[in-house]
Design a protein around this ligand. Structure first.
Ligand SMILES: NC(=O)C1=CN([C@@H]2O[C@H](COP(=O)(O)OP(=O)(O)OC[C@H]3O[C@@H](n4cnc5c(N)ncnc54)[C@H](OP(=O)(O)O)[C@@H]3O)[C@@H](O)[C@H]2O)C=CC1
Ligand SMILES: O=C[C@H](O)[C@@H](O)[C@@H](O)[C@H](O)C(=O)O
Length: 307
């Protein structure tokens, strides 16, 4: 059984979710996600960007669980829709692809806006945080999203959002793993009742921009050997003990199951101290969201600037 954390809306969110964002999805994705639900996954993470909403929706509607309320479904607003008048329509389009009438959690995918859908041009434009958040609040008010939140928001952007929000964000989903601990951001979130969800908890191992810092860490290999666990299990258990949620992706039946088997044992003090020695480096740099014409002219502005 996967434990839950309570969001600031009062809703329970299973701490472990199944990630479905990948540049390589299996042909039988609906069956793969359904298998995860049968194994006991109750939280599914998708986004309009991923092209996996239909498969997630099919698993939710499959009858594998007694009722829709037994599953927690997250999707995200892509940057082409991060404009005040586009937020509610974009969520309705996501719900259409999912075949559902509400999301449990809707996230602003990045603090970035693009002026059209043309990937090659990559026309980034200033992100209207207040206007977009008002759209998110409308989604919440309409009952289309039980909880609303953000993703890839730095500590400074969180502070600005918290200041302008009428409905405070429930979640900030960010890269977090033993190789990128996010200590400063976690402090801001904890102080304001915002739950952090770790994406790429295994360092996005094997993806184009992924890193080996988690899955090929000597420290984790040693801890795993002494605990009789796998490296992935140690990496996920560490996140659980940090009090955050996490979305891990595996489309392999054995590894999906393995990633759930982390809730009935603990790391000891030595393990945790050793893990704290792992060098820190962000894997998901975000170069795609930086452009010479702004609004973020450098990675520093994207990650540290207020807007
Ligand atoms: N909000 C955002 O901007 C972002 C959100 N995300 C979300 O987070 C999810 C997870 O992050 P993601 O970047 O996919 O990467 P993860 O850190 O979850 O790593 C996924 C990789 O690890 C492998 N893996 C999974 N479990 C194990 C295991 N037990 N042992 C060995 N290898 C394993 C998978 O391969 P295999 O399938 O073969 O097991 C896959 O190659 C995404 O799917 C997406 O839903 C991700 C990036 C950005
Ligand atoms: O080009 C940009 C990247 O694809 C980035 O958008 C993704 O890593 C995304 O945040 C995700 O959720 O997977």
């Amino acid at each position: 059984m996967i434990p839950c954390v309570t969001l600031n809306t009062g809703h329970a969110m299973p701490v472990l979710g199944l990630g479905t964002g990948s540049s390589r999805t299996p042909e039988d994705l609906p069956a793969t996600i359904l298998h995860a639900v049968r194994l006991g996954y109750r939280h599914l993470d998708t986004a309009s960007l991923y092209g996996t909403e239909a498969a997630v929706g099919a698993a939710v509607r499959s009858g594998a669980v007694a009722s829709r309320a037994d599953l927690f479904v997250t999707s995200k607003l892509w940057i082409a829709d991060a404009h005040p008048g586009r937020v509610v329509p974009a969520l309705r389009e996501s719900l259409g692809r999912l075949g559902l009438d509400y999301l449990d959690l809707f996230l602003v995918h990045w603090p970035v806006a693009r002026d059209d859908d043309d990937d090659e041009e990559n026309r980034l434009v200033p992100f209207d945080m207040e206007g977009v958040w008002r759209g998110m609040e409308e989604c919440h008010r309409l009952g289309l999203a039980r909880a609303i939140g953000v993703s890839n928001f730095s500590a400074a952007k969180m502070a600005k959002l918290l200041d302008l929000a009428q409905v405070p964000p429930a979640v900030n989903q960010v890269e977090m793993n033993v190789g990128w601990r996010q200590e400063k951001l976690r402090e801001v979130c904890a102080a304001n009742g915002v739950v952090v969800i770790a994406f790429s908890p295994l360092g996005a191992h094997g993806s184009d921009w992924g890193s080996n810092a988690v899955m090929e860490s000597d420290v984790l290999r040693d801890v795993a050997a002494t605990r009789g666990k796998t490296i992935a299990q140690v990496a996920l258990r560490w996140l659980h003990e940090q009090g955050v949620g996490f979305v891990a992706r595996s489309f392999n039946k054995e590894r999906m199951k393995q990633n759930m088997d982390i809730f009935d044992w603990e790391l000891n003090e030595d393990d945790k101290e050793n893990i704290m020695q792992i060098p820190q480096r962000r894997a998901c740099q975000g170069e795609y969201f930086v452009s010479p014409n702004g609004p973020y002219k450098s990675l520093q502005e994207l990650w540290d600037g207020e807007i």
